[in-house]
Each structure stands twice: as C-alpha cells, then as structure tokens.
Design a protein around this ligand. Structure first.
Ligand code: SAM
Length: 276
C-alpha cells in the first residue's frame, strides 16, 4: 500500500501497547483498512476528517485511496510520532490534531466537501454521531460518515419501526441521512480483539431532512419516548405538555401506541405539534 513499516513494527517502535481506557482496539491489516477507506466513497476531491487514528492503519488506507487531505484528531499523544511519519510520507496531505474530539470544533479545520471516517470507542462514537446528526442547520459540514461501531449499535442505526433495535439512533439517523451497514468485522480483526462483533455504517447526508422538525424538539421527544419504550406514549410523554394526548392525536399517533411503533414521519409530526 505504501513504503511505510507494517503496523506491528510501528506499534513496537513507538511503544503503542493498546490502552483499554482509551478504547484502543487497533486494525493492523492494511488491506482491511483500505477496504474500509473505499467504503467512504470518492476521496480525491474531499477533505477527510478521521477521529482516533491511533497508529494510523485507517489513515494510511484513506491516504493510499487518494484522499485530498486527511485531518486526524487523536487524543493519545503517544501516537503522534507514528502519525508524523505518515504525514512525511504524504507531504501536505495529513494534519494531525492532538485533542479530544468531543472538545474540538472540527469543522473549522476542514474545507468542503468533507467526508468523515472513524474507528472509535463505542461511547465516543455514539456521542459524536448524535452531534453530527443534530446540528440546527442542514445540510451539515460533511457529505458522508463512515463509522465503525459495535455490530449491535450499527443495527440500532439502521433499524426499522417495530424491531427491538429501533429507537433514538434510528430516528435521528434516518431522518436526515441514508444509512446502511456496509461491512461486518469479527473480533479477531482487531488487536486486542474486543468481546463483540463490529460493523461499518455508511451514512450519506440527504440534501434536506425527510420531514420538517426542529432537531432539539425531535431529539428531546424521541429520547423521552424511548426512555420508557414499553409504556404507552401518553404515559411515557406525560409531563412534556399538559395536553400531550391532543398533541399526539394531532400528529396522527394514538395515545395508546408505544414508541417503537411510530415511524420517523410521525415522530417529526409530533415534534412539530409540540412546537405549535
Ligand atoms: N483508527 C485506529 C485503528 O483503526 O486501528 C485506532 C482505533 S481505536 C478503536 C480508537 C482510537 O481513538 C484510539 O487511537 C484512541 O486513542 C482514540 N480516541 C479515543 N477517544 C478519543 C477522543 N475522545 N478523541 C479523539 N481520539 C480518541
């Protein structure tokens, strides 16, 4: 792929023993990281935001696949020398920011069009995904997100109404993007292997949300509705408004329905009914 050393050597040379506290499960097979990079779509005309490059397996995949420029945000400063070697191999195409991605305004480091690619610890990935899906204005700063998750989380993102996995992530993702699982990976693909299987989800930003709704209201009502997913909505949403039953009916939802029966369109109608 490139003339840089294999990742096992990089890890040994820079003393990058994976740290559990940083959620470090590294991908060391460069054929695999190139395959993940290809799932992101055309890269030659895009800046790519990579969160959590670690020793740089996916970073090398993205650059070898022709990314115009990669901006990589890594919290663990131990990884910086290994990433600096990659930057030297691809002059002017890799910028590394040593920061916590949750604290950084990444958009201002990038030029449009932008794609996002990441293999992140589970809780950071979910938190960032929700932030990327819920900006006040749409379209967002990115065209697509290509993200590794625990398989169970990936299934929650693409779940349909009526299924157990259907909830907040499905609604927020499917409201404003086209989301699909594009790859599944067994634990042995990682070093050290995690306990669970993983999957890559590719989300493409729609030019406009499928249905009008205020993102804050939608997020709030969906969170509350699924917090007590087995309850009827009139009970789960009690306290949100005194006339919650009327607002449910105005949105075409029977007050006796449960959250998992309500599709994205009707949740958006409910968010609008709450805002009137
Ligand atoms: N991308 C590499 C790969 O695929 O081999 C590393 C993946 S490892 C699962 C997650 C990476 O995210 C680690 O390098 C870790 O240090 C980094 N990381 C964890 N939390 C982070 C955060 N809040 N901001 C930025 N990087 C983070």
């Amino acid at each position: 792929m490139d003339d840089l050393p294999p990742l096992r050597e990089v890890i040994a040379a820079h003393d990058l023993a994976p740290k559990k506290a940083m959620g470090q499960n590294f991908l060391l097979d460069l054929n695999l990281t190139a395959r993940i990079a290809r799932q992101a779509g055309s890269l030659a005309d895009h800046d790519v935001l990579e969160i959590g490059p670690g020793p740089g397996g996916l970073t090398r995949g993205l650059l070898a696949e022709g990314a115009r420029r990669v901006v990589a945000v890594e919290k663990d400063s131990r990884c910086l020398p290994a990433l600096a070697q990659i930057a030297e191999r691809y002059p002017g195409r890799l910028d590394v920011l040593n920061a916590d991605a949750l604290d950084l305004d990444t958009a201002r480091h990038l030029s449009a069009p932008v794609r996002v690619a990441a293999n992140l610890p589970y809780n950071v990935g979910t938190e960032l995904l929700v932030r990327w899906l819920t900006p006040a204005a749409w379209p967002p700063f990115w065209d697509s997100l290509t993200l590794m998750f625990q398989k169970e989380v990936a299934q929650r993102i693409v779940a349909t109404p009526g299924s157990k996995a259907y909830g907040r992530l499905a609604i927020l993702a499917q409201w404003r993007t086209q989301a699909r699982i594009v790859m599944e990976l067994p634990p042995q693909a990682f070093t050290p292997p995690p306990k669970v299987h993983s999957a890559v989800v590719h989300l493409t930003a729609l030019p406009a949300p499928r249905f009008p709704a205020d993102p804050k209201t939608l997020e709030k009502v969906v969170a509350k509705a699924f917090n007590q997913r087995r309850k009827m909505l009139r009970a789960a949403l009690r306290g949100l408004r005194p006339d919650i039953e009327d607002r449910l009916i105005a949105a075409g939802i029977a007050p006796t329905e449960r959250a998992e029966q309500v599709d994205v369109e009707r949740f958006c109608a409910l968010a609008r009914a709450l805002d009137t």
